[in-house]
Design a protein around this ligand. Structure first.
Ligand SMILES: [Zn+2]
Length: 317
């Protein structure tokens, strides 16, 4: 009886121990499960937690900006620049300069005097910009600067633009831009180039300059007043010129400069529909995201604009 009783007690104890072991194993397994679940949760949550801290704009455009990055890397590299882009706390203000012709004015050109800057004055602008630590942007970089609110580390930025695809861009501006290792964008009147007007750039000249890092963007087919044109005409002007540049220069043309700065809300809607990312106006001032990407301010350069005046005008307050 005692013996039997003892046996039962031992069995009960063994069972109790087994149960305790099972319970401990269960607790250990569930703890392991919880830890694994926590690790998994942290990994899956991390990227979205980071993106929540980004400004809304850059989040929305993250896909297009990664496309832009690819485009930038396809363009010829600037040999002396390896850029680290730094996110800014204040909205970036970007000076976009507007030049037209670069040559010594002939007395017969008096009517267009305001559009002509002498090579000496242009050279003094480049010299001053270089000395003051300005980095010249490509259209893709300008898009990045505005949409991601970034600047190259330790540099100020400038976007040099030239309207009207004039021949002297090749003969006068290009050598100076090369000398100062600066990029620029020429906005092309494609119909005039196609008709091989002698005062216009030629396609081979554009291709040669593009290989050296310069950009060629859109300035319509015939340079009409878009604000006075029907939506139909506006669409043809913006679409046919883009197709020409896309095909002839093997690129995705991203920027349009509205001829004489004339545009309406309809123009912007059409430009957006056709895939333009940036629109240049003649509205005076520094450009910023506030302008709207398709209606960016520019700073008009006059023949009398001295280097000192230029630096004062583009200084970010
Ligand atoms: Zn023009």
């Amino acid at each position: 009886m005692t013996h039997h009783y003892d046996n039962r007690t031992i069995r009960t104890r063994i069972e109790k121990r087994r149960r305790r072991r099972k319970l401990l194993l269960l607790i250990a397994l569930s703890l392991l499960g919880i830890v694994l679940a926590l690790i998994w949760w942290m990994f899956t949550q991390q990227p979205s937690a980071v993106s929540q801290h980004k400004p809304a704009v850059s989040h929305q455009l993250s896909q297009s900006s990664s496309e832009i990055k690819q485009k930038v890397s396809k363009e010829p590299a600037n040999p002396d620049e390896s850029i680290t882009w730094v996110r800014q706390t204040e909205p970036v203000k970007l000076p976009i300069l507007m030049y037209h012709a670069i040559h010594v004015m002939d007395p017969t050109e008096a009517a267009n005097a305001n559009l002509i800057v002498s090579p000496d004055v242009f050279k003094s602008h480049l010299e001053a910009l270089k000395q003051a630590g300005y980095y010249s942007l490509s259209p893709a970089e300008a898009y990045k600067v505005l949409t991601e609110n970034v600047l190259p580390k330790g540099k100020k930025v400038i976007w040099l633009t030239f309207d009207d695809s004039l021949r002297d861009f090749y003969t006068h501006a290009f050598p100076l831009l090369q000398e100062y290792h600066m990029k620029a964008t020429n906005n092309v009147i494609t119909g005039f180039v196609e008709n091989e007007r002698e005062d216009m750039l030629t396609l081979p000249q554009m291709i040669e300059m593009k290989e050296k890092g310069l950009s060629f963007e859109d300035h319509t087919v015939n340079h009409p007043d878009l604000a006075l044109s029907s939506p139909d005409i506006q669409e043809k002007e913006l679409e046919n010129s883009k197709t020409y540049l896309d095909q002839q220069l093997q690129q995705t043309t991203s920027t349009v400069a509205y001829p004489s700065g004339r545009y309406t809300e309809t123009t912007i809607t059409i430009a957006e529909k056709l895939g333009y990312k940036l629109g240049l106006t003649t509205n005076p001032g520094l450009a910023s995201l506030d302008n709207g990407l398709l209606s960016l301010n520019r700073i008009r350069i006059m023949p009398t604009t001295t280097a000192e005046e230029l630096l004062r005008e583009i200084a970010v307050p």
